[in-house]
Each structure stands twice: as C-alpha cells, then as structure tokens.
Design a binder for this molecule. Structure first.
Ligand SMILES: [Ca+2]
Length: 368
C-alpha cells in the first residue's frame, strides 16, 4: 500500500489548491509562482489558518475537480494548465513530443492519487524527464531558488520507503538532488570555496580566478567583498538572506529575498562565481542575468559564462528587472575539475556605477 506517501503528497497538493483558490481561478497553475508564499510543509506554516490546512484529509475521490477544467477563452492551453478529462488529460500530456509539456504533466499527475503516482514513477524512468522536472522546479521564475518538490518528497519519513513505488520515486529524487546545484540557494556567507561553488573576481576574462576572502554584510546583504580599488568592496558577490526585499536609498540596488547578485569593480574587474565539476559527466546549465540597479542610470554590465576559461556565452545587461534579463541554457560534457564561471563586468559604458546584476543559475550533472 502507498497510503502514507500518497497522503503526504496529497496534503501538500491540498495546500497548493488552497492558495490557488484565493487567486485567479481562470488560470490553473499547479506550480506556485511565488515559492516563498507556498507553505506546503507543516514546519513552514506561519499562522493558525495555514497550519489547519495540513490537517485536512485529501479528496478521497482523487479527482480534484478544481484542476480538471480550463476556464475562460484561452486560445492555447498553457503548459502548466490542467486539461479537461483529469487523469486522461495527464496521460495525454505525458505522451506529448514536447519535453516541457511532459514535465508539467508530472505536477498534475500527483493530484490523482496512486494512479497518478504510477504515471510519475514510470515517467521518471526517463532521464531527460528527471533533469527537466528538476530544472523546471528550480527555475520557474527568475527569483526562484527553492526546490519545493524535493523538499516535499524528501521530507517524508524514511519508513515510508518500504513501499516500492514510493521508494523508487524517493531514490530518483535523491539522485537528482545530489547532482544538482543552485548558485543562490547554495550560497554560503562563511565558506569559500563552498562545495562546488567559489566566489571571487578576475582582472579580466582571461586572468586567473582570485578567491574572495573577505566576508561582510554589505547593505544588508551577505557578501564576499574585494577592496580592489575603492572602499565599497567591489568586485563583489552578494546574497539576500534577510527574507525581505532590500532597496538602497540611492536605488543603486534592488534585491529580492533569496537573490544572488554580482557587482564589477571600478577598473573593470570582473565579479565571478565559479562552479567546479566534482566528477565527469554531462551538465545542463540554466541561467539568467538581470539588472538590479534602478537609479537614474540602471544596470549597464557585460555578462559571460565560461567553460574552462573559454567563453560559451557573452551578452549585456542594460536596464532594470525582467526587461533587462538575458538567459542562457546549454548542455555540455565536463571532466572532473572543469570550471564554469559566471562573470559580470562593467559593460559598454566602462563605468561601474549602478551595476548590480542578479544571477539565477542551476547546474544539473549526470555522471558519465
Ligand atoms: Ca556599467
């Protein structure tokens, strides 16, 4: 029997339903847009109403009608929307030729009890689905760094693993979690290097990586600073661990909770975050750079991704917020010790003023 694992997953789903029902019911979205408001685990409930939701039993019919209908006059069905027909619609999506449609269907499948979990377990035998679901979960928005699916599934008590289907699912999730990294969620304000991640800088893109050894709190952000040529500590790497939005008085910085960002140096030094491969394999990189300076002169930076010091992505961030975002996704093979650098320079205007640049990046490794 699978009642324990199913019950937990469905309780999490019941909470998701509660949140959606408070918003726009015309668009059914099984993956929350704002993970910070998704209190899907009892440990995360912050008031009586939220906590009571976790005591609610799941729908015994395993057919939550709220998710079965596409309402309104949509010309095309959103990838993460449910379709008429409940689990039949999920099966249809899982046979789609588009990977993103199949990945979105996994979240829907979990709403249909044991039959849905069977679909998930079967689908996750496919490696591209494992990686895709992982990436989708981690990169749903530019500012999303929490992997909620993993947290829910891995937090189920270990004794539930005696069920072979749940055990299979859990093993798959553990495997993915151990082989995936998020530059922001993994941030450390005390360790550098920090596992696969290192925070530092370089004189230019062809210069040696210099490790930052100066952890400080800078404008409320946990930071790795370098007092290279000015007292502000740039080039630098910052992380907003405050749990609140931070906006400096001069609007030179606008940082969301959980946001990682980089700032170049006065003389054009590059701020860097480096990922070092713990073993050989194939990696998937998903990344977005975003301007975070709002002032009279929004962010003007050049951004790069390098594999073993060779550029694989070059672009500019010129502006603020989503309109300024530039992203890059790729797959490539790495050897143990290979490096992936995320770099931010002072841009085409060749000044470092108001150049705060956000970085969202995930890397998933499949061992070769
Ligand atoms: Ca600039």
């Amino acid at each position: 029997m699978l009642t324990g694992g199913i019950a937990f997953i469905q309780i999490a789903i019941a909470k998701t339903s509660s949140i959606i029902s408070q918003g726009d019911r015309d668009r059914v979205n099984p993956v929350p847009q704002n993970p910070y408001s998704w209190t899907s685990h009892p440990a995360n409930c912050h008031n009586d109403e939220q906590c009571r939701d976790f005591s609610a039993m799941p729908d015994p019919e395993n057919q939550p009608r709220e998710y079965d209908a596409v309402k309104g006059s949509q010309n095309s069905t959103p990838i993460d929307a449910a379709v008429l027909g409940g689990i039949k619609g999920v099966k249809s999506r899982l046979s789609s030729t588009r990977l993103e449609v199949r990945i979105a269907a996994l979240s829907l499948a979990l709403k249909y009890g044991e039959a849905g979990l069977d679909l998930v377990v079967n689908a996750l035998q496919d490696e591209s689905m494992q990686k895709g679901w992982c990436l989708r979960s981690m990169t749903d928005t530019h500012h999303t760094y929490e992997n909620l699916h993993f947290k829910q599934i891995l937090s189920i008590p270990a004794h539930r693993a005696r069920d072979w289907k749940f055990g299979t699912l859990r093993a798959l999730m553990v495997k993915i979690a151990q082989q995936s990294w998020d530059v922001a969620a993994d941030f450390s304000s005390t360790n550098n290097p920090n596992g696969v991640w290192s925070y530092g800088w370089a004189l230019d893109l062809r210069s040696p990586f210099v490790l930052s050894l100066n952890p400080r709190v800078w404008h409320g952000l946990d930071s790795w600073l370098n007092h290279r040529s000015t007292p502000e500590g740039h080039p630098s790497v910052h992380y907003n661990a405050s749990g609140r939005r931070i906006i400096t008085e001069n609007l030179a910085l606008h940082s969301e909770p959980g946001q990682l960002s980089l700032h170049p140096g006065y003389a054009g030094e590059y701020a860097l975050v480096r990922w070092t491969a713990p073993e050989a394999g194939n990696i998937s990189i998903a990344s977005v750079f975003t301007g975070l300076s709002v002032a009279h002169q929004p962010t003007t930076t050049d951004v790069h991704i390098l594999h073993n010091n060779q550029s694989i992505f070059d672009n500019f961030v010129e502006g603020f917020g989503d309109d300024s975002a530039v992203g890059f996704d790729t797959n490539l093979a790495v050897f143990q010790g290979d490096t992936i650098d995320f770099a931010v320079g002072f841009g085409r205007n060749r000044t470092y003023y108001y150049d705060e640049t956000g970085l969202a990046a995930t890397i998933v490794l499949t061992a070769s």
